[in-house]
Design a protein around this ligand. Structure first.
Ligand code: BGC
Length: 721
């Protein structure tokens, strides 16, 4: 890359929170054949050439394991060039310097780096001559009109501020981590217009977009210089209908804009928000809600899966799951897009991964993130709980760090592409080699930090947790959760290794020992729903049918309620239906009361909530502390709807052959799933009609169709039963 010849530059005297604009003026006299701009920064940037934004990548260069991998973007800028040119690159904090992020620890050296950029422009003329412009001491720098910006902070803008350029300063900073762009770009995806605007009981002027989304607001206005448009964001209103931002914690999430004179249009340049509502805190005279709209941002990815049923509430749930994926696939897979977190939590990433691969083509998205997982993995094998990692963070423990095995395996299942396994095999091996070095029990994973079955509901009423952390998790044994995931990761390494032609005999022997040790240690203590579910799902049960029956009985006995948290929930319905309890699985899915998937829908949710009772039946909140309304983990239930309720399963990885075995339930009149695979479109539809049931199945490849216990082997085609 030409950029290796350029120098990092910064603004003289810039604080780590300054948002500088770097400028280079140059002349092009000859007719141009091609012009390519390479650029990156330690933050997020936008590049503007002759007043026009370069490219469509929002929040470039994205978020990677920066000290090892920093993406460089290449833009074709031929059509933006003129004879006299001004190239401007503005650099804001972005994810690099996470101002206003309380949890990141102060020991992160990146937090103290000044804002820097590096760029190279290669211009080839028609006559064969070439000119290169590299960032160096010829460039100039000034404060920009963005006076303060941060991912959690939002943006402060003063359009009356005039730039004062002075020579930029060349910095001695490494370039070894520069890599070409790998991930799909984050781009503007769709527009959402205000649905209503109203006064709250407290007198606040609030605009409702009708959809919780991730992105930003865009407004057009005519104003006098110095007039202000100040906006705050929120996901929900409180019980009284007032604007509520408590769940953002320390994320300020405001746009504070000081107008220039005349007509103007603005959208934040270096941040994003998770919101449904805007509060207009101050506005120029005459400003109306019609002058503002919202723009949805996420990584470029093609939609591949659709669900639709005869139940509007279920359809809303399906929509919420899609919106939570859109909202949390913004360059990396995040837990939530709004509070002072928005991290690449490995656990959430693996929990939702199967659903994600069905709803969208996420190959490129995960190829980049998994490269960051490899880069973030420590030499002794541990995988951080969040990727990209933060210095203050630690190993993720069972179900979190196991993303290193689970995600590539799932990508292989959905897309049939062995390279996901080949790329990750060493990292997987390193991970399972690490576990015995910290475990307190041979052939199990015990005595280590883990989040357990995070947010589960099964603690007995008299349980008094020793710490606040413990109060947020269920009652499943941490050692069981970790050991079950250890067994699963070893099993994935075995299966992946066989496909890659590796000798896996030592892992096979290890897996046999783990299963034996697991049964001896936990076999008689499978108490919680999650303990049973994990034991079933990872093939660790001695008598799976009896255990599944006990699980179904336990759910019935507690009033047909699930009690599982982040870790147990994704597999719960699968294990019920695998062992003949599909009716219980359906009861859980269709339950409208807390706890259940349709409860949040009954409360008006437009995205998936972090807590089953993020808003309680009486309208109060679960808590301020950890209450996201856009948290996809429980949305993982969509993979049961695709794979079991509609029954679309890959009989061979990548759906090269399929098994279609729907599990209908008369409480729902009809259900359909459409899935675009590399081999074409699969559709599975069922509908109850006067005492019988009609199935419509489209398969682009040979399929085994299983209906009511009968198997039909068919070639590709459309079938009615
Ligand atoms: C996140 C979770 C994450 C968890 C770790 C939370 O704050 O939002 O979804 O996995 O921490 O337990």
């Amino acid at each position: 890359m030409l950029i290796q010849n350029a120098s990092w530059i910064t603004m003289n005297g810039a604080a780590s929170t300054t948002v500088p604009v770097f400028r280079r003026l140059f002349v092009c006299r000859k007719p141009i054949r091609s012009a390519v701009l390479e650029v990156t920064c330690d933050g997020v940037y936008d590049a503007v050439l002759n007043g026009r934004r370069v490219g469509e990548f929002i929040l470039a260069p994205g978020w990677t394991e920066y000290r090892k991998r920093l993406q460089v973007q290449s833009y074709d800028v031929k059509n933006l060039l003129k004879e006299n040119n001004t190239l401007e690159i503005t650099v804001a904090n972005g994810w690099y310097r996470r101002t206003n992020a309380p949890w990141t620890g102060t020991q992160n050296p990146d937090e103290f780096l000044p804002p820097m950029c590096i760029a190279a422009l290669r211009i080839a003329a028609e006559d064969g001559s070439e000119e290169t412009i590299l960032t160096d001491g010829v460039w100039e720098a000034s404060q920009s009109t963005v006076t303060m910006s941060g991912i959690f902070y939002g943006e402060d803008v003063d359009m009356t501020r005039e730039p004062v350029f002075a020579p930029a300063e060349v910095c001695d900073y490494p370039k070894s981590m520069l890599i070409p762009q790998e991930g799909p770009e984050v781009r503007e995806q769709e527009t959402v217009y205000p649905r209503t605007s109203f006064r709250t009981p407290r007198g606040e002027w609030v605009i409702d977009f009708g959809q919780n989304l991730t992105g930003y607001m865009v407004f057009d206005l005519e104003a006098r210089a110095g007039e202000k448009l100040y906006l705050s964001t929120a996901e929900v209103l409180d019980r009284d209908g007032n604007f509520y931002t408590g769940n953002y914690r320390s994320a300020r999430s405001k746009l504070q804009y000081i107008c220039k004179e005349g007509r103007q249009r603005y959208k934040p340049r270096f941040t994003f928000f998770g919101f449904r509502y805007l509060r207009v805190d101050e506005a120029p005279e005459g400003f109306t809600a019609a002058q503002i709209h919202a723009v949805v941002l996420h990584s470029e990815m093609k939609r591949t899966g659709w669900l639709e049923s005869s139940d509007p509430m279920l359809n809303q749930l399906f929509s919420n799951i899609v919106w939570s994926q859109k909202g949390n696939y913004l360059d990396i897979p995040t837990d939530c897009p709004q509070r002072d977190e928005r991290y690449g939590w490995t656990g959430d990433g693996q929990i939702f991964c199967r659903t994600a691969t069905l709803q969208y083509d996420v190959r490129q998205f995960f190829r980049k993130w998994l490269a960051d997982v490899r880069a973030a993995q420590h030499d002794d094998g541990w995988v951080p709980e969040v990727v990209p990692s933060l210095t203050a963070y630690k190993p993720g423990g069972g179900a979190w760090s196991d993303a290193v095995t689970i995600i590539p395996w799932q990508l292989y299942q959905t897309y049939g592409d062995l390279s996901f396994l080949a790329d990750m095999y060493d990292a997987m091996e390193k991970w399972i080699a690490y576990i015995p070095t910290v475990s307190t029990t041979e052939d199990l994973w015990t005595g280590c930090w883990t989040y357990g079955d995070w947010l589960a509901l099964d603690a007995p009423p008299d349980y008094v947790p020793a710490t606040i952390e413990l109060s947020k998790r269920g009652y499943s044994s941490d050692d069981l959760v970790c050991s079950a995931f250890y067994a699963n990761s070893v099993s994935i390494v075995i299966r992946a290794g066989r496909l890659l032609g590796k000798d896996v005999s030592a892992y096979e022997a290890l897996h046999t020992r783990i299963v034996r040790a697991y049964r001896a240690r936990f076999g008689s203590q499978l108490n919680t729903q999650t303990e049973k579910v994990l034991t079933l799902h990872f093939g660790l049960a001695e008598d799976p049918q009896a255990l599944a029956d006990a699980l179904a009985d336990q759910i019935r006995a507690c009033g047909m309620k699930l009690q599982t948290g982040l870790v147990g929930t994704p597999y719960l319905l699968h294990e019920l239906s695998r062992y003949g309890h599909t009716d219980v699985a359906w009861s859980l899915l269709l339950r409208r009361e807390y706890p259940g998937w349709l409860y949040s829908v009954s409360k008006g949710a437009t995205t998936v909530w972090e807590h089953w009772d993020g808003i309680k039946p009486d309208g109060t909140f679960w808590d301020d502390d950890m209450n996201s309304y856009n948290h996809y983990a429980y949305g993982s239930v969509a993979d049961w709807v695709f794979g079991v309720a509609c029954g679309i399963q890959p009989a061979e990885p990548g759906y090269a052959r399929v098994k279609i075995a729907p599990h209908p339930d008369p409480r729902l009149n009809s259900l359909s799933a459409v899935l675009d695979t590399a081999h074409g479109r699969i559709r599975s539809f069922w509908k109850y009609t006067e005492g019988s049931i009609r199935y419509e199945i489209d398969t682009p490849v040979p399929a085994e169709i299983v209906l009511g216990g009968e198997t039909h082997m068919v070639e590709k085609g459309r079938y009615l039963f």
